[in-house]
Structure formats: C-alpha cells, structure tokens
Design a protein around this ligand. Structure first.
Ligand SMILES: NC(=O)c1ccc[n+]([C@@H]2O[C@H](COP(=O)([O-])OP(=O)(O)OC[C@H]3O[C@@H](n4cnc5c(N)ncnc54)[C@H](OP(=O)(O)O)[C@@H]3O)[C@@H](O)[C@H]2O)c1
Length: 303
C-alpha cells in the first residue's frame, strides 16, 4: 500500500484529491492543511494540520508518516495578492516548496507539485514543456522559483503545470467559473476580458492527472489543462448558456481596463502531447466541464 501525504487539502484541488484518493484501497492518505479545521468529514478522512512554511513541522510530520508520495496542492494562489504581499508569496510558494522537496529527497519520497501557465509571458502560447519560462508577474516568478527548488533538490518529482482551475468545493475561494455563475444568478452584469486566451481546467481533470501521475510513475514537467483554447469572455458565455442565463449580462472588455496590480500573460494554453502519452491525460472540453460543474452545483451551495 502506498502512503500519500496531501498538502493543502482544504483548497479546490486538495479537496478533490482527498475525495478521489481517499476512495482507493491501494492508498493510505493523510490530508493536511494550513488551518486546524478540515472542510471534509474528519470521520471519513485522516487529517492533520500542517503549515508547509514551518520547516520543523514539515520534517517531523513527514518523518513520522513516511509517505511514498507527497502531493503539494498548497500555494498562495491569489495573483494580485502575490504582487502586493511579496514576502508572504515567496514564503509559501518557494520556501514551503523547498521544505517539502528537501525532506522528500532525504526520505526518498516523490514530490508531485502543481505549477501554472503564469511561468510564461503569454506571447507565444500554446506552450509545450520545453518552452522557455519568462514570468511577468510575482506569482509567476514564485511558482517558477518553486519549480526550480524542486529540480535543484534532487528529489524524485513531477511538476504539473495547469491553467485557470475551476470547479466546486466546500468553502473554496471564488474561481472564475463560480464567480460567473454566482454573478449571473444574482442578475449582476459582469465584465470579462476577451484578450486573455487560455484553456480553463476542470478540477476533476487536474485531480485525475495527479492520480495518473502516481499510477504511471510520471516524472519531470507535464502540461495539463482543458481540451480547448478560448478567451475568458467566450468561457463566460459558454457558462451562461449552460446555466440558462442570457449572455447579454456579460460585457466584453480588455485586460488593461481592469487595472489589476499584477500583469497577466495574455495568450497561453498548453500542448498536451507529453501528458497524453505518459500519464494518459485526456481532459474534457470546456462545454463538457461546465456541464460537470453544473451537476456539482446541484449539491454544493455557493459562498
Ligand atoms: N486556481 C487556479 O486557477 C490555478 C491555476 C494554475 C495553477 N494553479 C496551482 O494549482 C494548485 C492548487 O490551486 P487551487 O486552485 O486548489 O488553490 P486554492 O484553492 O487557493 O488552495 C490552496 C490551498 O493552499 C493552502 N495553503 C496556503 N498557504 C499554506 C501553507 N503555508 N501551508 C499549508 N497550506 C497552505 C490554502 O489554505 P488557506 O487558504 O487556508 O491559507 C488553500 O487551502 C496551486 O499550486 C496553484 O498555484 C491554480
């Protein structure tokens, strides 16, 4: 039986992994999160608190659980907050990752880590794994530095870069798709950019990519995202149609009109050939994934 330690189990991906991996008889899973309360039923899932930035706690928990695999779904993910709270962003996205990779190397565990299309500048998407990163905001810089500390540590690893993750979960922070649904339900007009083009990724597909990476011994960098490339505006329109709302509530704008603290890479998207071949990654189209979200939201209340 493989022992798996999940970091960031209260997050969008972390919860989905807890649910997916917890069902498997072949795995003994220990979920961890920053805060003391676990959003899933702690009678059904093993759970403990872990701040990945606390090196001593990371060492003692990993030392006692002795995982075969550590999955790091923990991160500071708010792109604009990373731009303005740089010390905190570095601490979580780089120092925290360094703590995990050092102990992983020491005990011979494999580290599976999640990164982002924001390591690229968005000038030449879609990107494959050999494309040269060139982050244009601080979040992207910390995520690239996190990748580099893993590689430099010598730990066995797989790094899954992904894009605009969406899905439902308990107490998860707003993701783009949830924001669109919530706003349209409340009859609010929304503004969506038509010059940010990428491939939104359904959290169920991303969790399946992590599971396949474990089962197929994937290693190195993988690009994993949704099956098609579209703008945020077009994605919002697809969401409106699937949920039965009028798309006239969605106003088409350009990124510069948002005056966001962090610059955004405009055109990303990934070439999925490596992930398809090596970890059997076959994601849904945006329309299929939005339908999966619609079904999930029949059971989950939005914040
Ligand atoms: N969401 C996206 O659109 C997107 C796109 C590309 C890549 N990614 C990457 O995908 C991964 C998963 O993202 P997600 O959307 O699931 O993020 P999320 O919902 O924001 O979850 C991240 C989790 O990390 C936890 N965390 C923060 N600091 C921590 C610490 N010091 N120790 C332990 N846990 C800590 C957070 O807990 P608290 O909130 O309680 O602090 C939160 O539960 C991340 O690596 C992210 O960079 C996400």
């Amino acid at each position: 039986m493989k022992r798996i330690l999940i970091c960031g189990s209260n997050g969008l991906l972390g919860q989905r992994l807890a649910l997916m991996m917890g069902k498997e008889a072949d795995y003994e899973v220990l979920n961890t999160s920053h805060h003391r309360t676990f959003v899933l039923d702690h009678h059904l899932f093993d759970y403990t608190q872990l701040d990945i930035t606390n090196k001593g706690d990371v060492k003692s928990l990993v030392g006692s659980f002795r995982p075969d695999i550590i999955v790091n779904a923990a991160a500071m993910t708010n792109v604009d907050a990373c731009e303005t709270q740089r010390e905190q962003a570095w601490k979580i996205n780089v120092t925290g990752v360094e703590n995990l990779s050092e102990i992983a190397r020491r005990i011979g565990a494999k580290l599976i880590h999640i990164s982002t299309d924001y390591v690229f500048d968005g000038k030449h998407g879609p990107y494959d794994e050999n494309a040269r990163p060139n982050p244009i905001n601080y979040y992207g810089k910390t995520k690239l530095a996190g990748e580099n500390v893993i590689i430099a540590s010598g730990a066995h690893h797989a790094i899954l870069r992904t894009i605009v993750v969406f899905g439902a979960g308990i107490g998860v922070k707003n993701n783009f798709a949830l924001w669109v649904v919530k706003s349209l339900r409340e009859n609010q007009k929304i503004r969506c950019v038509d010059d940010q083009i990428s491939s939104p990724t359904y959290v169920g597909d991303l969790a399946a990519a992590v599971k396949n990476t474990i089962e197929r011994s994937g290693c190195g960098v993988y690009h994993v995202c949704g099956a098609n490339v579209l703008s945020r505006y077009d994605f919002a329109v697809e969401i409106a149609h699937a949920f039965g709302f009028d798309d006239l509530a969605i106003q088409r704008i350009k990124t510069f009109e948002l005056h966001q603290p962090a610059p955004r890479p405009l055109v990303t998207g990934f070439i999925l050939t490596k992930a398809e071949k090596e970890i059997d990654y076959h994601p849904m189209t945006s329309v299929q994934a939005i339908e999966a979200l619609r079904r999930e939201l029949l059971h989950v209340t939005l914040n």
